[in-house]
Design a protein around this ligand. Structure first.
Ligand SMILES: *[C@@H]1O[C@H](CO)[C@@H](O)[C@H](O)[C@H]1NC(C)=O
Ligand SMILES: *[C@@H]1O[C@H](CO)[C@@H](O)[C@H](O)[C@H]1NC(C)=O
Ligand SMILES: *[C@@H]1O[C@H](CO)[C@@H](O)[C@H](O)[C@H]1NC(C)=O
Ligand SMILES: *[C@@H]1O[C@H](CO)[C@@H](O)[C@H](O)[C@H]1NC(C)=O
Ligand SMILES: *[C@@H]1O[C@H](CO)[C@@H](O)[C@H](O)[C@H]1NC(C)=O
Ligand SMILES: *[C@@H]1O[C@H](CO)[C@@H](O)[C@H](O)[C@H]1NC(C)=O
Ligand SMILES: *[C@@H]1O[C@H](CO)[C@@H](O)[C@H](O)[C@H]1NC(C)=O
Ligand SMILES: *[C@@H]1O[C@H](CO)[C@@H](O)[C@H](O)[C@H]1NC(C)=O
Length: 538
């Protein structure tokens, strides 16, 4: 059936901006994914590159396949084909190998990360390095089995993904001249770059495999796995227009009060304000209003005050040509204005032709998006990591904290849906094991040499990065934390530096550090078996 409003919304966003965060249908169930922006080629010309001597290189979209171990704890299980893209446009012998994985998404839209349109390419250009984009296991076409069933997904863990990076670096023969002699440490310095989830993976891999990567760049890295991730909405509440947050808070407080202690007539009237009278479950109704807030994640320095999020605030805060003061227009107007905007514009954008119950309800475990195990369903693969390891459930804040989203949605809302997605793994609701992730990979307590953290003040994922309000991670010369006014992963994209000088400053600082860190590299003698990828199977 129609995959509901996330797809409709993604198509709309694509149409509006030409490129945007893809929001997969399944993403709707746990809100937005922590995902780095795609950088597809601008045109066919964009794929054509030459090396320093002017010789033509293979086009950037040339896909290479690497034989990756299915199970790093049991190599006997064999290998699968992991896709990667690479170029040696800027490479000179002795230069670094700059490795990037886009994380939880098909890698084909990310070939721009081979070029100097991103920080990866800027590092390569400055240091005369080669760039690689490696598709993450279980996304796109890099999947060991022909499906995404639980029996396959048990090989989908953060640790296996980290082991992939190590095995790849130690064994890949790059298609460039000298590409068989760029082993990490002993022959060449490797730089690991990532954004969002893959930014966290950068930190986690450097913690887990000390001495594998010479340096790292982690953008908007969600290093601390958080189960009850109400903090997602904090940067949004802090940076959205004051009148808009005041009115949204008033509406949400009203909704939560009526839905928890109102009469049936009051409840029904309030559901109808947003045309959601047919939805049975009040957490679905109130939870659906998070959509307007989730739109914040699509913002970037170049969108300014355009974008769906600001259309929403304008709908609430401009009345008959008059703009509301910082205190807003108050509950009565905000309720009607939000309902009208939702009815006339927003619901169509998110649900298309799908009816409200199928689109916004979360209690029908027979919906096909819960059981779609087909390859390429990246949303499902990410859902698996959400349900088993990272959580990041985007729900209401504690009682004493101002709320721009309902408190009716709590982790149990998502944990219930994990039982619909993966009934074999979760016969009953179980919390993801975030504690394991944080203990294994250190979360905010990361302390690693030559790891650069880049964050954006206005990033909704900020609260799980080392720049979270509650994080105690210190910025040092060995592990600098650079914060600009950007949004999610803004600093990865070169062009954003020309729009926002604070983002440019972050980018330039990283290049200065990379220069020092990479120039200090000396190939080491291989210690006996030090980079053998194989571990004894147990
Ligand atoms: C690379 O892009 C060109 C131009 O868009 C296209 O013709 C070609 O089929 C693509 N190759 C691959 C392997 O995707
Ligand atoms: C980026 O790389 C291209 C070659 O692909 C080059 O023409 C251009 O000058 C570079 N941009 C900068 C800012 O160095
Ligand atoms: C009030 O809302 C308008 C329209 O969304 C916005 O442009 C303005 O910045 C807001 N003003 C304040 C003080 O929040
Ligand atoms: C939204 O539409 C419903 C009908 O689906 C209607 O009952 C409600 O009054 C509308 N809300 C507003 C604010 O106009
Ligand atoms: C809208 O503003 C105009 C001009 O200020 C005023 O004449 C009119 O009465 C207002 N309409 C409403 C519905 O408030
Ligand atoms: C649940 O979803 C299935 C598949 O889309 C549909 O056939 C069925 O009617 C739905 N059940 C309810 C109660 O809406
Ligand atoms: C970080 O260190 C503090 C203090 O030692 C400890 O309480 C906390 O559990 C650690 N957190 C993680 C994610 O390791
Ligand atoms: C700036 O970065 C964002 C990600 O934060 C991206 O979506 C956007 O397209 C970038 N802008 C430009 C001009 O590339």
């Amino acid at each position: 059936m129609a995959p509901g409003w996330r797809l409709a919304s993604a198509l709309l966003a694509l149409a509006a901006s030409g490129a945007a965060l893809a929001r997969l249908p399944d993403g709707r169930l746990h809100g937005n994914m922590p995902r780095a922006p795609a950088v597809p080629p601008l045109s066919a010309d964009d794929l054509v590159v030459t090396d320093a001597s002017g010789a033509a290189l293979p086009p950037l979209n040339t896909t290479y396949l690497f034989d990756q171990l299915i199970d790093h704890t049991n190599p006997k299980l064999g290998t699968f084909k992991q896709r990667f893209w690479t170029t040696w446009e800027f490479y000179e012998k002795g230069g670094p190998i700059v490795l990037f994985t886009p994380g939880e998404v098909n890698g084909a839209g990310y070939t721009g990360y081979l070029t100097n349109r991103t920080v990866n390419g800027q590092i390569a250009q400055q240091q005369k390095g080669a760039t690689i984009v490696l598709e993450h296991r279980f996304y796109g076409n890099s999947t060991p089995f022909g499906n995404l069933e639980v029996s396959s997904l048990r090989f989908h863990t953060i640790q296996q993904a980290i082991d992939d990076l190590e095995y790849f670096a130690n064994n890949v023969v790059l298609p460039m001249p000298g590409g068989d002699a760029v082993k990490p440490n002993t022959q060449a310095p490797w730089v690991l770059v990532g954004g969002s989830y893959s930014g966290a993976l950068t930190s986690w891999a450097m913690v887990n495999k000390p001495n594998l990567f010479r340096a790292g760049y982690a953008s908007s890295a969600v290093v601390e796995a958080i189960l009850d991730y109400w903090g997602y909405f904090e940067p949004i509440r802090q940076f959205m227009p004051k009148n808009c947050s005041a009115d949204v808070e008033a509406v949400i407080a009203h909704v939560d009060k009526v839905f928890t202690s109102g009469t049936k007539a009051e409840i029904d009237a309030l559901k109808a304000n947003w045309g959601m009278q047919d939805l049975t479950h009040l957490d679905d109704v109130a939870g659906s209003l998070r959509n307007n807030l989730w739109d914040w994640q699509s913002l970037s320095p170049d969108t300014g005050s355009e974008g769906q999020f600001f259309q929403f605030c304008d709908a609430l805060e401009v009345k008959n040509g008059t703009v509301a003061p910082a205190s807003g227009f108050g509950l009565e107007h905000a309720l009607t204005a939000w309902g009208s905007y939702w009815n006339s514009t927003y619901l169509k954008d998110v649900c298309g032709k799908t009816d409200v119950v199928d689109c916004l309800g979360s209690y029908n475990s027979s919906q096909t998006y819960y059981s779609d195990t087909s390859l390429g369903n990246d949303g499902r693969s990410w859902e698996w990591i959400v349900c088993t390891q990272v959580g990041f459930l985007q729900d209401g804040p504690p009682q004493n904290h101002p709320a721009v989203v309902t408190r009716l949605v709590q982790p149990s809302y998502d944990e219930r849906q994990c039982t619909y997605f993966f009934p074999e793994a979760f016969p009953k609701p179980t919390a993801p094991n975030v504690q394991f992730v944080n203990e294994a990979y250190k979360g905010w307590n990361v302390s690693i040499d030559r790891l650069f953290f880049a964050n954006g003040q206005r990033d909704p994922w900020r609260e799980s990065t080392v720049s979270a309000d509650g994080a105690t991670t210190r910025s040092t010369n060995e592990q600098p934390i650079a914060v600009g006014d950007g949004f999610h992963c803004s600093d990865l994209i070169t062009e954003n530096g020309s729009v926002d000088p604070t983002v440019l400053a972050v980018q330039q600082r990283s290049l200065t550090f990379m220069k020092t860190w990479l120039e200090g590299f000396k190939p080491s003698k291989p210690a006996k078996r030090s980079y053998s990828p194989r571990r004894k199977s147990t």
